[in-house]
Design a binder for this molecule. Sequence first.
Ligand code: G3P
Length: 230
Amino acid sequence: MSKLLEFPIIVINFKTYIDSLGERGMKIAKDAERVSNETGVSICVAPQFTDIKSIASAVNIPVFAQHVDPHPPGSYTGSVSVEAIKDAGAIGSLLNHSEKKLQLTSIFTAVKMLKSAGLFSLVCADDVEPAMAVATLNPTMIAVEPPELIGTGIPVSKARPEIISESVQRIRSINREVKILCGAGITKGDDVRRAIELGSDGVLLASGVVKTKDPGAIIREMAEALLNSR
Ligand code: G3P
């Protein structure tokens, strides 16, 4: 596999769980790389900032940051710049996750800055309407994630299938290029299969992989489900 994005895709957000920090995060990233190599499914990991460099140097799959600030290099203490994540080896960044919200103008600026740096963007949206607004900013990917399902193990593809099918249909009406992912509560292969069958170009997930005893096994189950749903 390569560090290039291919679709459909599985994106694993490590968040700030202890279970995905440091060496534990490295193990999950290597599990993801092994499954990606064995199945041919594109799998991207989004570690904590402090682990991007070590993980991006160790695995040959796409590595994303979980956020970037919409500022140029300079006197922005505590911010994370596009240049910094690129230097660390990330090929893109999540933006506007429901746990790290941005104003629409900041999303616009950050998407533009990522693009100028040759990096990709995965912009999160809570529902269909905000996703349509984000689609006008031309990110690489949009992930529709109802916040109330995040971390619950209740998969969006079963609890709110209409948000996926409606997002795909209405986003496509304004942007035919952007890839449309969904997320929240996805913990099993069947949740992934259902999401793809509803028209998603992939899934964004966290606890279903990070909080399990055997992340490699669940990543493989999800990858195989994705293969069987194409
Ligand atoms: O970024 C994906 C995340 O918000 C979904 O969380 O734990 O429900 O997979 P989780």
